[in-house]
Design a protein. Structure first.
Lengths: 310, 310, 310, 310
């Protein structure tokens, strides 16, 4: 199987390199708009801890919303299932930055992976800390789960988003109006923009996702990052809500729990088998990486990794 | 494992028998409102074809929306992936009978498991046939996949729904206004109400679901009901959309692709491992069987059957 | 002033005859789609009962939604202010045939001039009668208020609408689901499509509107059609809701209570001064007569007839 | 008539003093929540400039949204009809602080009297000035139209709103995301909260409204405040949009263009006849003064002042 995986990963990177239709690089964050759309990277960590990579697997990119998975893990660690009184677990049926749903559901975001939900999650992480402490905690968590202390926050991206993130500021103020943020709006937004601006390579991201693929355990440090129950539940949320309003279609085509970000990265989790990261900056109409999704679809089929049958 | 399964099923039925909080029996279809809320049945077919049952596993109940899974299978067999131009694959973020989504998305239902989507699916099955022929086809399909020719349509339930189904009539007329129904509204509604009124026992329903659990194959007749690819995709839709606006929560708690009906039945599919049917008539706030969901949650945990990890 | 009025009316008809941009004739009712867009007619009845006309003032056209004003008058006469428990008095902020509002407001239409509201009004008129009797009553009312027994229902238009009126059928079924229709859906729709298919000329329509312009009184028969209080209230509804989602703009530009129909007719009411009818079949983006609105804007300015100041 | 008016005003104040059901004082702005609900004031200025007052007609109250009328007048004076490219003229069919409409209509508020629209209007006034200059301009305008230099901004109310105005901050950020605010969000909000915090008595407010009642002219200074055309148009907007989602009902019952504020004040305009101000702090379910509305209804009926007929 290891050979099959290496062959698959290499073939996929080769195929993706030939694609002319590569989607559109996110342009609403000026700093992201500059990224070259020709990048493609893929990395897969299997149950033995072996890593198969191809393409730009070691180039760092802005993980953006993929960070919501790690933020959720941390927030659950801090305040436990009480979080679910402040945020739901249902797909949204709306664009990722929609404010309409918040109005109808009186300030309770539908799930932790839409922006409003991630702001509440960020608020839960902040509680009782300064932004600096909260960001330090998030970064240390990533260093730990990825076994890599070089992961960093790209301050230019964070600044770029802070200058233009009026929709997120609207969401945060709206949540505060419903008293579903407890820390000052500016502080929550600051931490949110910074953890979305974390830069990671495919290799680092695939390493970081191991605890979700392998029952909550840390493969090298030993011990648990989260309980196996919690790992399953986070995977379930990734499957139903991980690709915004394209989550159903992604589950239909790919069949792997995964979380995408507008930087073009996707973290995929095959329970018991693999943690996967892909990166291609061009996005489809729902804001998910066009070639990244296709790469995962091919990989899932070649390896028989769909959780819905083989 | 067989013993573990039998023990699990028996223990679950025993536990459910003691519950006083059993949800509310659907009352918007008069004929369903009469069903005794004390019923509980469960049946599981494993990969060897062995069946474990407990409780009222042989009592027929109205499968209601569970029939949408079989209708979808038939419609895809007839018109193939062209169906996806007329209906989406995304969770709805709305109640199962919501008409608002149809207005915003111009007559394209979000998925085949909300009522509007199932009406389009029914229209696809009808094409070029009389209602009688279409219903005969649906029933023959169920006889085939369940290996059981005694499955029947409960005409009293169909009639009861036809007399009071104004919301469904609104949806059908609305779809027709967008030219997303091709057959006369009355005809589509007639077939729809009748296939929702199919009566099956847990044992029959678990048998009928085998092709989805086991890669599209018919375990006893041999050969394929659908391709393994299509089985996976239907399972994915069941996971993301099978419990209306409670689908995310069901995936989170249970982790098994499943479709519920307001008759209190749920069909669950564990790829490669089992086809499951449970029945308890009382519903929760989202219209899903209260004890049926709980029974599946316990079963999934005891057997390690979540598709999101073990 | 009589001369000023005659001059105004003649000048307006002459100006409208030269317009090349005439809007789009409604095409969703096949029978209406055939009407020649070059028509333009205008008729004004003043407080002395004198009539000024120009253009095609004596050609009959389909009054369509203008009939909702007369239907409302009749329904209020039958069931009084109890009607307001079943229909609101607020502008809708939505397209005239929107079903979304009905879902959010649980089956209570926002006002009697959107289609859903007019269906409830029609249901109130029907109560305890056959459709034939109800339609006879509506027609007799028009004969009386217009002093003209030649006004008739165009059955071809009614038939054309009945064959294609799926959105209205959706609305009616939806209202019935909320028990806000008491008569069978088919019957309500039949009466609705027929009273919308009443054919009148500008002259007849202006005559019919006199009771609203002149304090509820019947200028020639003597006595009251409605109380002055009720006339004022119907005028208020025409101003706030008479042009669908273009009502605010019409009030802003024209400043006269008025009700439009997709046949291209508009009835305008200047309290104490005049009853006006204009007709030009081409519609603007909101479904209101393009040249009809402009004609009323010019007339209002020339005569100083805005109710918002002179 | 002068005596009739004085009698009416006195009788109304006497009747209102006996009411036990007085509505609920706005509590979302802490500073407003302290106002005594027993206040009632009324002032009417007629075409001769005579003033009839009763009750607490000289007690200052927070005019809140009534200030939107004056802000609109100023913004139209500055940028003219170009304003209508940035804000609509239609009733909203939604609560005054709804953000949903903004999402569906891509950042164009439905009218200048809902909060989002008033923020755009405030942005137009600000253009090229500091907040201090803009507020000075607004205040000078009020001193001029009311002939009264004692009108002031209540800084405590402004501060109180600034501390709790998260919904308005959400709206402003959202508008900015659509580039429909050109000045910094904080600056627009600052000016907005301060002009809503202007304190005026009924007498001052009725004086300030004279230019709208009397064709745009300044009765004492001579000359025009606005053209008669613009006065009519502002009156039309007050009628269709002046009472949030209760505008239709207010037009139906009272028949006078009017603008309400959550401080409990209402400015009413009877074209050619009178400028009216009433104040009673308790609000109805739509956020409009309960007794203020009733007072205007009685006054309109007694004086025959409805614009929809007499």
């Amino acid at each position: 199987m290891k050979e099959a995986l290496l062959e698959a990963v290499t073939a996929i990177a080769a195929a993706m390199a030939t694609r002319s239709e590569r989607g559109r690089v996110a342009d609403y964050i000026p700093e992201l708009a500059r990224v070259d759309p020709d990048h493609f990277g893929i990395a897969v960590v299997d149950a033995d801890g072996d890593v198969a990579v191809a393409g730009d697997a070691d180039a760092p990119f802005s993980i953006q919303s993929v960070s919501k998975v790690f933020a959720l893990t941390l927030a659950l660690g801090k305040i436990g299932d009480g979080l679910w009184r402040r945020v739901g677990r249902e797909p949204s049926g709306n664009a990722f930055n929609s404010i309409t749903q918040l109005e109808y559901e009186k300030g309770i975001p539908r799930n932790p992976f839409i922006n409003a939900g991630a702001l509440v999650v960020t608020d839960a992480i902040l509680s009782g800390h300064t932004p600096k402490v909260a960001l330090g905690e998030i970064l240390r968590f990533l260093h730990f789960v990825a076994d890599d202390e070089t992961i960093f926050i790209d301050d230019k991206v964070a600044k770029s988003e802070q200058d233009t993130g009026f929709r997120n500021a609207a969401l945060a103020n709206y949540l505060r109006a419903f008293e579903n943020l407890r820390n000052p709006v500016e502080m929550v937004l600051g931490v949110y923009f910074h953890h979305c601006a974390i830069a990671m390579s495919c290799r680092q991201l695939a390493m970081a996702g191991r605890y979700l693929a392998f029952g909550g355990r840390h493969p090298t440090a030993g011990g648990r990052v989260v309980s196996s129950e919690r790992a399953k539940r986070i995977n379930a949320l990734m499957l139903t809500c991980g690709h915004y309003d394209g989550s159903g279609d992604f589950a239909f085509r790919v069949g792997i729990p995964a979380k995408s970000g507008v930087g073009g990265g996707i973290l995929g989790v095959v329970p018991g088998k693999a943690s996967i990261a892909v990166w291609s900056p061009g996005l489809d109409g729902q804001g998910n990486s066009l070639l990244g999704s296709e790469a995962l679809e091919i990989l899932s089929r070649r390896m028989g990794w769909s959780i819905f049958g083989d």
